[in-house]
Design a binder for this molecule. Structure first.
Ligand SMILES: Cc1cc2nc3c(=O)[nH]c(=O)nc-3n(C[C@H](O)[C@H](O)[C@H](O)COP(=O)(O)OP(=O)(O)OC[C@H]3O[C@@H](n4cnc5c(N)ncnc54)[C@H](O)[C@@H]3O)c2cc1C
Length: 448
């Protein structure tokens, strides 16, 4: 069911891009009673991509706002812990608690999902809420002040509000900012391995069973692996924190599995087995977008969301979550309007509401990758010791307090300046965030 409060003034809203941000905006806005059309340049929803993390700040929206828990539970992986393994001998260095602990702490679970599954579930929800989808419609020009845009076939469209959700290499962004995606000094290989291959060998079959999520950390390279697509695929992501000539933020450019395997030659046998199952992979350079001055035009008739507004590096697994938070927040701000002349101040307030959180998360995400790819040595030994101690700490606490005690623990004060999610205050800021409640609070503040 989810939340059902309706907007007092229903608007005509047109969304550019049927990625995670665009589909979520369609869903959130249509549920508030707005008339929404989504224009997507592809001829169908994209079938590319690997696994995505949906942390509690994101699952909160899917469950409590949009009422899609049942559908999601059919396809998501619900990991109990993420085990962190040493690259060379597969020994466990530490464990990061996921389910059910995060549910007790933050009220909502941590899921992992196949990107195409996330898109199709959001699209189904959006269509059920009344969104109309138009594929093969590439937007080529914008007038952000008038809320007008042109499609590649030359037709012009206007709307009360146009939402630019066309990703990191956004075309719509150019009408507000000259910022372009910048290459990060890190590249990735991504592969998905079919279940049948994983089951060929006991050591890899076990990775599909239970609800496991793993990372192997080695000098200059880290791997992430977990089952997705209702257990039919294994998501295998290799991150290499060095510059490369691979295309920036182009997720579907082919890579060479042999090159990937060569990078992992010092890894343990199970990783080598996984590599041997990979027939094709993607390779790309990570990219982000420098902060832009404004997500909205001065008329308030044009707004950027998701990666088009604020692509961040994926080390915290928050790219998809930020796009979902944008959608939920936008629906609150837009639906608080009782006359059209309130659009400019409300949209300005939307920008002011979202940007500080995004910039905190951008900073946290940058801090996170260094610790996963340390060279062997004293610093790495200290890191391993720390991760081991932190694991022992949460396990002891769990044993002492049990579920009831964990649920009753006082909430730490969320800290937007935390270095990452490893302090209780940083984790609370990241995962305990209720974007809808915060948006409603912000809407009650006086505005100029
Ligand atoms: C195919 C694909 C695979 C990805 N894989 C990964 C991954 O493995 N790891 C990772 O960290 N992140 C990945 N991402 C990015 C991640 O999904 C995003 O960070 C996040 O979900 C933000 O979503 P978004 O809706 O803002 O942008 P996106 O998900 O990028 O969606 C943008 C949408 O806009 C459409 N579009 C673009 N230009 C136009 C136009 N002119 N007119 C109309 N429509 C247009 C695109 O076709 C796309 O559907 C991937 C993105 C895509 C599109």
């Amino acid at each position: 069911m989810g939340s059902t409060s309706k907007a007092s003034l229903a608007l005509d809203i047109k969304v550019i891009g049927a990625g995670i941000g665009g589909l979520a905006c369609g869903l959130a806005l249509a549920r508030k009673g707005h008339q929404v059309t989504v224009f997507e340049s592809g001829n169908s929803l994209s079938e590319f991509g690997g696994g995505l993390q949906l942390s509690p700040n994101a699952t909160r929206l899917i469950i409590s706002q949009w009422g899609l828990e049942e559908e999601f539970l059919k396809v998501v992986n619900v990991p109990e812990v993420m085990t962190v393994h040493r690259y060379s001998d597969d020994s466990v260095i530490g464990e990061i608690a996921h389910n059910p602990m995060v549910g007790w702490q933050y009220g909502y679970p941590h899921w992992q999902i196949y990107r195409p599954d996330l898109q199709s579930l959001l699209a189904n929800g959006a269509e059920k809420a009344g969104v109309s989808m138009r594929f093969g419609q590439s937007v080529t020009a914008f007038d952000p002040e008038k809320g007008e845009f042109t499609l590649s076939d030359g037709t012009k469209h206007t709307a009360d509000l146009v939402v630019g959700a066309d990703g990191i290499n956004s075309r719509s962004r150019s009408c507000l900012s000259n910022a372009k995606a910048r290459a990060f000094k890190e590249y990735c290989f991504r592969a998905v391995i079919p279940r049948a291959k994983m089951e060929q060998d006991e050591e890899t079959a076990v990775l599909m069973a239970g609800h496991l999520s793993m990372t192997w950390v080695g000098p200059g390279v880290a791997i992430l692996g977990y089952p997705i697509a209702a257990g039919q695929l294994y998501n295998f992501l290799v991150a290499v924190p060095r510059p490369s000539g691979a295309p920036v933020a182009k997720w579907n450019e082919p890579g060479d599995p042999k090159e990937m395997t060569a990078i992992l030659q010092d890894f343990c046998p199970v990783v080598k087995k996984l590599c041997s199952y990979v027939e094709d992979c993607a390779k790309w350079t990570l990219g982000d977008l420098p902060p832009i001055e404004n997500y909205v035009s001065s008329s308030g008739k044009f707004v950027l969301v998701g990666d088009a507004a604020h692509a961040i590096v994926p080390h915290l697994g928050q790219g998809g979550a930020m796009a979902l938070e944008d959608a939920a927040a936008l629906a609150e701000f837009v639906s608080a309007m009782d006359s059209r002349d309130k659009l400019p101040p409300l949209m300005r307030a939307y920008h002011e509401f979202r940007q500080p959180r995004i910039e905190s998360i951008r900073r946290m995400a940058h801090g996170n990758q260094v610790s996963y790819t340390m060279a062997d040595g004293l610093e790495q030994q200290q890191r391993d010791h720390l991760w081991g101690a932190m694991t022992a700490m949460w396990k002891n606490e769990l044993q002492n307090l049990g579920e009831k005690g964990m649920r009753a623990k006082p909430k730490p004060t969320p800290d937007p300046d935390a270095q990452g999610f490893r302090t209780p205050e940083g984790a609370e800021f990241l995962f305990g965030y209720d974007v809808v409640a915060e948006a409603q609070k912000a809407l009650k503040m006086p505005r100029s």
